[in-house]
Design a binder for this molecule. Sequence first.
Ligand SMILES: [Zn+2]
Length: 257
Amino acid sequence: MKLNGTSSNTPSNSTSSNGQPVHGSHKNGYSLDGAYADELVDEIGDAHGASSIDTPMRPDAFALDDELKIDLIEEHFREIMSILGLDLTDDSLKGSPRRVAKMYINEVFSGLNPANKPKATLFDNKFRYNEMLVEKDITVQTYCEHHFVPIMGKAHVAYISSGKVIGLSKLNRIVEYFSKRPQVQERLTIQIAEELKRVLETEDVAVIIDAKHLCVSTRGIHDVNSSTITASYSGKFSEDATKQELLRYVTQPSVSI
Ligand SMILES: [Zn+2]
């Protein structure tokens, strides 16, 4: 399945044969003028599209173990700070490279590793509850893969049981797992929906995400008010009456306790 890619609104020579953006001199042998290449990279960042439903990963993504990855990221992040001119002997700064490295591997990007995927235990739908189940306002905290700054918002997920149900917290866990990756919101929405369909053995799944992108609010256009909504409706949720019922639940005020 293809998302609206970046190639449709960027010049035809802006992507290589494998759909990857071209950054300056490219290994395929052609090069772009530096300023033009920079502009292109910015445009791809702003387009917020993605080329595939799968997070682009190299086949050797897990050839290094986590401890070694932390050591290497620490080394490289220290280099970045040093290039910025920061004094790495300062008490406040000297622990930052390792802190960032551990945060990347153990926390915010831990969802890149399939070993961390939540195991979903299915239960029989003993109550024969055949209506939709909606869990709304699930916290979403992910990172924009174009700028490596947070995207924060809420996810609403819904399904109609095909005979099996899963624990409510597993819905949160699935959202969390796919969020802990460099992401674009469109891909995150679809990855959550596809996993729910697979786990729940049904096409009757919907996912809506409403989120604020710090790359939009703290840089570039500096729009602090806008939020971005993405949605995936499958099976019965593609039908208008079911979709409208879901949207009613999602837009009504949440209970306060
Ligand atoms: Zn961004």
